[in-house]
Design a protein around this ligand. Structure first.
Ligand code: B12
Ligand code: SF4
Ligand code: SF4
Length: 250
């Protein structure tokens, strides 16, 4: 069964795949799987090689490459879920690239794709706390499909792939990676999403405390225009440094 699913997924153009029994998934800061899908038995993780767009000095080009990947991955996830439903009479639920996600007390996905990918043999955690794939290095992203099919966790004997060159730490513009094993989320957010939720809250607090003339100026500013675009894109990333500076796989 695993081989049929692997072939279907690779034929879609996905770059790699891993299988994980739900009992082998461990991400203490994420919701329990049975709070999402009580009958889930397995997680199928799809891996996508990120294009060279992440190297572009233009944040528009870099984000456009990411949007292409997100759209492709959403379609592959959905096709796989339909394939499992039709050909295996299974239940299947998709886990997105990033959003929608919980934006309550913590910022977390329904499933931690990094933890799932590592346990399914698709890579190891790097010094930057994201996953390094043996072939694609850090330029890899993930989606997943949960299913009630019993699938065997992919056998893997991966050694640590990170070569500890510290490039990701040195090139992080937010100093968000100074503490080994931890990403300073707020610092990363300020640099990677400068027109995201933190900036938006600051803008609107200032807006309501401003005069009509000042509000007029604020709504015509470059900052507002960029924030407006970021909001309808979903999340607009302006930093890919920890992905693009990692030498593994290049
Ligand atoms: C929310 C989120 C963020 C938040 C972080 C919030 C957070 N606390 O994790 C912010 C906005 C800061 C962020 C930033 C980035 N993100 Co992000 N993000 C997510 C998202 C949607 C959810 C993550 C989540 O649930 N975190 C909460 C819990 C699980 O994290 P945690 O328990 O605290 O675990 C962390 C630590 O404990 C530590 N850790 C745990 N166990 C171990 C074990 C070892 C040995 C080590 C060393 C560390 C370690 O590593 C974890 C990561 O920090 C995922 C998609 C998904 N659904 O998984 C993408 C995801 C993790 N992001 C991704 C990427 C690429 C980025 C960015 C590069 C931005 C960009 N331009 O794309 C940066 C990288 C920041 C970094 N170096 O850590 C990719 C990572 C791909 C990969 N190769 O691993 C993911 C998987 C998206 C995807 N679909 O591929 N992200
Ligand atoms: S995305 Fe940018 S700001 Fe965030 S951790 Fe990576 S290098 Fe640092
Ligand atoms: S840039 Fe260097 S230290 Fe950072 S994850 Fe890649 S190999 Fe490891």
């Amino acid at each position: 069964m695993e081989e049929t699913i692997r072939k279907y997924v690779l034929d879609l153009g996905v770059d790699d795949i891993g299988f994980l029994s739900v009992q082998d998934y461990k991400s203490p800061a994420s919701p329990a799987i049975d709070s999402i899908f009580p009958e889930a038995r397995s997680i199928i993780i799809l891996a996508y090689h990120e294009l060279a767009t992440c190297e572009s000095p233009s944040p528009i080009t870099a984000m456009n490459g990411r949007m292409d990947l997100m759209e492709f991955s959403r379609s592959c996830n959905y096709k796989l879920a339909r394939f499992l439903t039709k050909d295996f009479c299974a239940k299947a639920m998709t886990v997105p690239f990033s959003y929608p996600m919980d934006l309550g007390n913590s910022i977390a996905g329904q499933l931690s794709l990094r933890h799932a990918a590592v346990s399914a043999g698709l890579g190891t955690f790097g010094r930057h706390n994201i996953v390094v794939h043996p072939q694609f290095g850090t330029r890899v992203c993930f989606t997943a499909v949960l299913t009630d099919l019993e699938l065997k966790t992919t056998n893997s004997t991966l050694e640590d792939i990170c070569v500890n060159c510290n490039q990701c730490v040195t090139n992080c513009p937010a100093n968000a990676l100074d503490q080994p094993g931890q990403t300073d989320v707020l610092r990363c957010l300020q640099k990677s999403q400068p027109y995201g939720i933190v900036a938006s809250a600051g803008f609107w607090v200032k807006f309501v405390n401003s005069s009509a003339d000042e509000q007029n100026v604020m709504l015509r500013s470059e900052f507002y225009a960029k924030m407006y675009q970021s909001q309808f894109i979903g999340f607009q990333y302006y930093c890919f440094n920890c992905m693009k500076t990692c030498p593994v796989g290049r």
